[in-house]
Design a protein around this ligand. Structure first.
Ligand code: HEC
Length: 274
């Protein structure tokens, strides 16, 4: 690895982003070595460990001024001191990728870069970070005032959240709509199969009920709406009627819902799978 040859001598102006004010995430797993400022640089990450938010920004402060660098990444931590004559420690190995956006530390000695978690490089391809992955990052940068001409930031590891347990209509939602309820009649006591109250009927089997509720038009009491819009609980009439209805009263009429409205919300947010 020869950093002097690897780094082209031009800057990408858009790569120097303001430090995000959002939550700090990640853990330093490799301390790094002092650079020509006399101290090791300071690595941090901010944003969210929820992959679906695609919100992670890496920042490194305390770099020598006006030096180019590239973020490198892998899913394997190692410790390799002075790779290729560099002054620093390489802390990641295995299938190692370079994020090709060149950063420059400018007059302040800071860099930051917003990542795209749908396209993180490994040694031969881009991959989408998956829930449950732990990904390691480091900045590899020039340090023209030091004898080895390059150094590395500390390494940071980001453990992304595991996938939430999946919620399905058949096993979670349908039973809530049909179970006995000591506080009120069951939903399908009033909204029976075919033509229940308002034309809203809950069929006697989950598959038919699913087809009549998900992406299906409402009946005649709260007309011209959709019972469940996958991904959009706020505009789904079924969820509105269980929480804060704009049309008519909260359901079940005359009592308290025996299910969990948060589970209904999360199921709709997850795309309302059967
Ligand atoms: C005691 C009878 C009764 C029970 C039990 C009941 N509902 Fe209703 N439901 C009604 C009545 C009456 C209306 C029309 C008045 C209103 O909207 O407040 C209605 C309207 C609705 C509508 C609007 C339908 C449309 O297409 O216009 C939905 C959706 C709904 N209920 C869902 C439910 C759910 C879900 C449950 C169970 C948690 C439930 N209801 C339990 C009586 C009931």
């Amino acid at each position: 690895m020869n950093l002097r040859n690897a780094l082209p001598a031009f800057a990408l102006a858009g790569s120097l982003l303001a430090t995000s004010a959002s939550a700090q995430i990640g853990t330093i797993f490799c301390a790094g070595q002092p650079n020509s400022t006399g101290s090791a640089s300071v690595m941090s990450a901010s944003g969210s460990t929820n992959v679906s938010q695609n919100d992670v920004t890496l920042s490194v402060d305390g770099l020598p001024a006006n030096q180019f660098g590239l973020f490198i990444t892998s899913q394997t931590p190692i410790l390799a001191p002075n790779p290729g004559g560099s002054n620093g420690d390489l802390c990641i190995g295995g299938s190692l990728g370079r994020i090709t956006t060149l950063v420059n530390s400018g007059s302040t000695g800071d860099v930051s870069l917003a990542l795209d978690l749908t396209g993180i490089p490994n040694s031969n391809a881009l991959y989408a970070v998956a829930p449950g992955d732990t990904v390691y990052f480091q900045l590899w940068h020039r340090d023209t005032a030091a004898p080895g001409f390059s150094n590395f930031s500390p390494g940071i590891q980001i453990a992304f959240d595991a996938a939430p347990p999946s919620i399905s209509f058949a096993t979670d939602i349908y039973p809530m709509l049909t179970q006995a309820n000591i506080n009120a009649p069951r939903c399908n006591a009033c909204h029976g199969p075919s033509f229940g109250t308002c034309g809203f009927g809950i069929a006697n089997d989950a598959a038919t009920a699913y087809a009549e509720i998900v992406s299906a038009p409402s009946g005649f009491c709260c007309a011209n709406q959709i019972y469940v819009i996958p991904g959009d609980p706020g505009n789904s009439l079924l969820y509105q009627k269980l929480t804060n209805p704009a049309c008519g009263g909260r359901m079940p009429q005359g009592g308290t819902f025996a299910g969990d409205t948060n589970v209904v919300r999360d199921w709709i947010l997850a795309g309302a799978p059967f």
